[in-house]
Design a protein around this ligand. Structure first.
Ligand code: SF4
Length: 484
C-alpha cells in the first residue's frame, strides 16, 4: 500500500494554498465544471435526472445483492477462459499479481490508469522484484517520473504546469525543453510506444465489471487501456468489488453519466471491452486474462448502512471539481490515493478513522459535491457521520478533552438565559479591547486560538442587537384592528 500521509493534511493544505503555480493549476478545474454543465444542458436536465435515478436504482440493487453479482461475474470470467482472484486486502492482491508476473517471467509491465492499482501500490512491488512498471496514461506517466501520487481522480497531473513537465522530461528522458503541449505529448508517446511493444504483461483497471457477460469495461481517452489489455501476452485487470454492474445494458445508463460528469464529453475516445483472453480463432489479444477483485475494507463500508452509499461512486471526479476545499488545497493534501470529498469519505473508511480523522473535517458541508454527483451520493451526510466517529471513543464515550468540555459547559450556561447572555456580552466587550483591530479580533487566547489562526473573527458589538432592536422598535399602534 502507498504511504498514508493523511495526518499531514493541515501543513500540506497550507503549502498548496501558498503555492501560486498550484493555485493557477487548480484554476483549471473551472474548465471541467463548465464542460459538465454544457454537456448536461445539451443532454437535457430532465433526462439527466432520469438517468441519475436509474443509475441509483441499479447501484442499490447491486449493493443489496453484491455477493450474487460478484459470483456471477467470476463465473462468467472463468467461463470465458479467465482467472479470478478475490483479494481480502492489498497484500493478497499484490502477492497474486507478483505471482502471475513471476510465473510468466515478466520483465516489463505496462499499466493503464487505475485507482485500485494505486491503492495497492503495485508499481513499487513490481519494481522491488526487478520488473519495470510503466504508466501509460500521460498524466500518470508524468507523475510516475516525478515520483508523486495522483492529484485528481481523472487528471493525475493536474497540478503540473507545461514548464514543469518539460523540465521533468529534460531531466529524466534527456529531451530538449519544450513549451508546446502537443510536442510534450509526442515525446511521451514515442517513449511509451516502445514500452508497449516490449511489455510482457499489461495491467488495467475496470470502470465496470459486467456480471452477466464476465466483461470488464475500460473508459479512456488515450487508447492506452486497449493497448495495455491487448498487446502483451498477459492481461491483469484490478477492480474494487463495488465496480460490478449486473447487465451489459446498464452501461447505457452509466456511460453517459460518467463521461459527461467527468470531462463533459458525450463519450470518451475509447470504451474498451475485454471478456477473457484471446479465443483460438482470434488474431489479437492476450494469452491469459486475470481479474483481481479487491475488498480492502469495502465489506465494512457495505455493512455500514450510513457509508454503503459511497460504494455507488463511479469515480467521475465531479465532486472534486465542485468542492471549494479541494479547489484550494488540491489533491496531495488528502495524503492518500483518493482526494476530494469522496476521498474524505473513502479514505477514513478504508484506512481507519483514527489515521484519517482530519479528512471529514476538510469540508464546508456546502453540499456542492452532492449536487453534482451523478449518483446523488450524500457525501455531506457521510462526512458528518465520520466526524462523529472521529470524536467518539471506541464505545461511544466522548473523547473531548477537559478544556473543551469546560468551554462547552461554560457556553451552555451563557446561552441558557437572557440575563447571563447579556452580562457575558458586556464582559466580552470589555475583555476584547486589547485583542481587537478595526472590526475584528486579531487572535483569541487558547483554547480558542484555532478560530483566529487563519480567519478573521468579528468583534462582539459594543451595542448588542437586542438593545438596537429595542431602540428601533416602533411604538405600539394606537389604531385598533378592523374588528371583522
Ligand atoms: S462521489 Fe459522485 S461526483 Fe464524486 S467521484 Fe464519485 S460519482 Fe463522481
Amino acid at each position: 500500500m502507498p504511504s498514508i500521509r493523511t495526518k499531514e493534511f493541515t501543513p500540506r493544505a497550507s503549502e498548496a494554498i501558498n503555492n501560486p503555480t498550484i493555485q493557477e493549476s487548480l484554476g483549471r478545474l473551472s474548465n471541467f465544471r463548465q464542460g459538465r454543465e454544457e454537456a448536461i444542458a445539451e443532454f437535457g436536465q430532465e433526462r439527466w435526472d432520469e438517468y441519475k435515478k436509474r443509475a441509483q436504482e441499479i447501484k442499490h440493487e447491486t449493493m443489496e445483492h453484491l455477493d450474487h453479482y460478484l459470483d456471477m461475474l467470476s463465473t462468467n470470467v472463468e467461463r470465458a477462459g479467465g482467472h479470478v482472484f478475490f483479494a481480502h486486502d492489498v497484500q493478497e492482491a499484490n502477492d497474486y499479481v507478483a505471482g502471475v508476473a513471476q510465473a510468466n517471467n515478466v520483465k516489463t509491465v505496462i499499466k493503464s490508469k487505475s485507482m485500485v492499482s494505486e491503492e495497492m501500490g503495485i508499481a513499487d512491488v513490481l519494481e522491488s522484484m526487478g520488473i519495470e512498471p510503466v504508466e501509460t496514461d500521460l498524466g500518470e506517466y508524468i507523475i510516475q517520473l516525478a515520483k508523486e501520487a495522483p492529484y485528481h481522480i481523472i487528471a493525475p497531473a493536474l497540478h503540473k504546469s507545461k514548464e514543469e513537465v518539460s523540465e521533468l522530461f529534460e531531466r529524466i528522458l534527456g529531451t530538449p525543453a519544450q513549451s508546446d503541449i502537443t510536442a510534450l505529448a509526442a515525446i511521451a508517446r514515442k517513449v511509451l510506444r516502445e514500452k508497449f511493444l516490449k511489455a510482457d504483461m499489461g495491467m488495467t483497471g475496470a470502470n465496470f465489471g459486467v456480471a452477466e457477460t464476465g466483461t470488464i469495461v475500460m473508459v479512456t481517452n488515450e487508447g492506452n487501456g486497449r493497448m495495455s489489455s491487448s498487446l502483451p501476452k498477459v492481461h491483469v485487470a484490478t477492480m474494487g468489488m463495488e465496480r460490478v454492474i449486473p447487465r451489459l445494458a446498464d452501461l447505457s445508463t452509466f456511460l453517459p453519466l460518467l463521461t459527461r460528469s467527468a470531462t463533459g464529453q458525450r463519450i470518451t475516445s475509447y470504451v474498451s471491452f475485454a471478456t477473457g483472453p484471446r479465443r483460438s480463432d482470434e488474431e489479437d489479444g492476450p494469452e491469459a486474462f486475470h481479474l483481481v477483485i479487491l475488498d480492502n475494507g469495502r465489506s465494512n463500508m457495505l455493512a455500514d448502512p450510513q457509508l454503503r452509499e459511497a460504494l455507488y461512486c463511479i469515480r467521475c471526479g465531479a465532486c472534486l471539481n465542485a468542492c471549494p476545499v479541494y479547489s484550494k488545497v488540491g489533491g496531495h493534501a488528502y495524503g492518500w490515493v483518493y482526494p476530494g470529498p469522496i476521498g474524505a469519505v473513502v479514505t477514513p473508511s478504508l484506512v481507519g478513522v483514527p489515521i484519517a480523522k482530519d479528512l471529514p473535517f476538510a469540508s464546508t458541508l456546502c453540499g456542492a459535491c452532492r449536487e453534482v454527483c451523478p449518483l446523488n451520493i450524500d457525501i455531506p451526510r457521510m462526512l458528518l457521520k465520520l466526524r462523529s466517529d472521529a470524536n467518539e471513543g471506541p464505545k461511544g464515550t466522548r473523547k473531548a478533552n477537559r478544556v473543551e468540555a469546560m468551554v462547552m459547559r461554560g457556553w451552555r450556561m451563557t446561552v441558557g438565559g437572557p440575563r447571563m447572555f447579556t452580562m457575558a456580552g458586556k464582559v466580552a466587550t470589555l475583555l476584547q479591547w486589547p485583542l481587537s483591530r478595526n472590526r475584528f479580533l486579531r487572535r483569541l487566547p487558547p483554547p480558542l486560538s484555532g478560530w483566529t489562526r487563519s480567519r478573521d473573527f468579528p468583534k462582539v458589538a459594543a451595542k448588542p442587537f437586542r438593545s438596537r432592536w429595542a431602540a428601533m422598535a416602533l411604538p405600539p399602534s394606537k389604531e385598533g384592528s378592523d374588528g371583522d
